[in-house]
Design a protein around this ligand. Structure first.
Ligand code: MN
Length: 285
């Protein structure tokens, strides 16, 4: 199932080019009072919500192109991200002075993971707004994994059982010497969408083609089978350091072909089994 959030925080099921409004199913979620939970309530209660969706009848529908898509996760506790996690991108990063001038271009097993600020997250209905425009800003398309239940010390064998679903992730990045968490956490520099495909519908995450184009010109063409640490291994790695909670997102790393983006361009990305997104790149000024 393709589950989206749209317009004024409505919940939808995407079927072809139609969005079915299933917001009523959210009524099965617990009503929270301060202090709010440290996870995303929709993802934590996903099984109940999916059950409620099945019993809805006479839902309103919208044309997909007429709704504004929000991030499929409203309140992630953390955005975990993998640094260089494709061999060809590691080779490219080492060869490029803009990226290799930093000491932290190393194998992912040595670098570990980093965090992006949750305040940087947008859905595909918004635009990427560039900041610090005198600096080089690059696109990175990545498979994004949405964690479905509390996960600590996962094993490779059980890691995928913690996954609620998958989205396309964009990890927009200013190049330069500062910490990754700073250069990748500007407002609008994390994109999740266009919707979440539930884990059962997505299947094995290790064999999905992905593309990214700028103004129709191909930049990134890759397949998740070439991840150095695959999705199970990333969940094992991350959950050995901190508890993953429902709604936490793991950006799995970008393949080769990263390059600069500029205001006025249109970024298009796709991942097999999820779909495609298209967004404007604008000046933040
Ligand atoms: Mn990245």
């Amino acid at each position: 199932m393709k589950l989206c959030r749209f317009n004024d925080h409505r919940l939808g099921v995407v079927e072809g080019d139609v969005v079915r409004d299933v917001t009523e199913a959210l009524s099965v979620l617990p009503q929270h009072r301060y202090p709010l939970p440290a996870h995303d309530p929709l993802i934590a209660g996903l099984a109940d919500v999916l059950g409620a969706i099945k019993s809805l009848s006479d839902t309103l529908t919208h044309r997909l192109h007429e709704v504004t898509l929000l991030s499929p996760v409203a309140n992630p506790g953390k955005l975990v991200a993998a640094p260089v996690n494709y061999q060809a991108h590691l080779d490219e990063a080492i060869a490029d002075e803009a990226t290799f001038s930093r000491a932290n271009v190393r194998r992912i097993q040595e670098t570990g993971l980093f965090l992006k600020a949750t305040s940087s997250l947008i859905g595909v209905g918004e635009s990427i707004r560039l900041s610090h425009e005198d600096r080089r800003t690059d696109h990175e398309v990545e498979l994004a994994v949405i964690i479905g239940r509390d996960c600590r010390d996962a094993t490779v064998a059980d890691a995928l059982s913690y996954v609620a679903g998958y989205s396309i992730g964009l990890d927009i990045t200013i190049r330069g010497p500062e910490e990754r968490s700073l250069r990748k956490s500007l407002d609008t520099y994390s994109v999740l969408g266009p919707w979440m495909v539930t884990a059962d519908a997505f299947g094995d995450p290790g064999g999905h083609a992905m593309t990214l184009e700028i103004d129709g010109a191909s930049r990134q063409v890759a397949n998740t089978k070439d991840l150095i640490l695959g999705v199970p291994e990333l969940i094992v790695f991350a959950s050995a350091w901190y508890t993953l909670r429902p709604g936490d997102v793991i950006f799995t790393g970008t393949p080769e072909g990263v390059g600069p983006i500029a205001p006025g361009q249109t970024l298009t990305a796709s991942i097999e089994g999820i779909g495609a997104l298209s967004m404007a790149v604008l000046s933040g000024a």
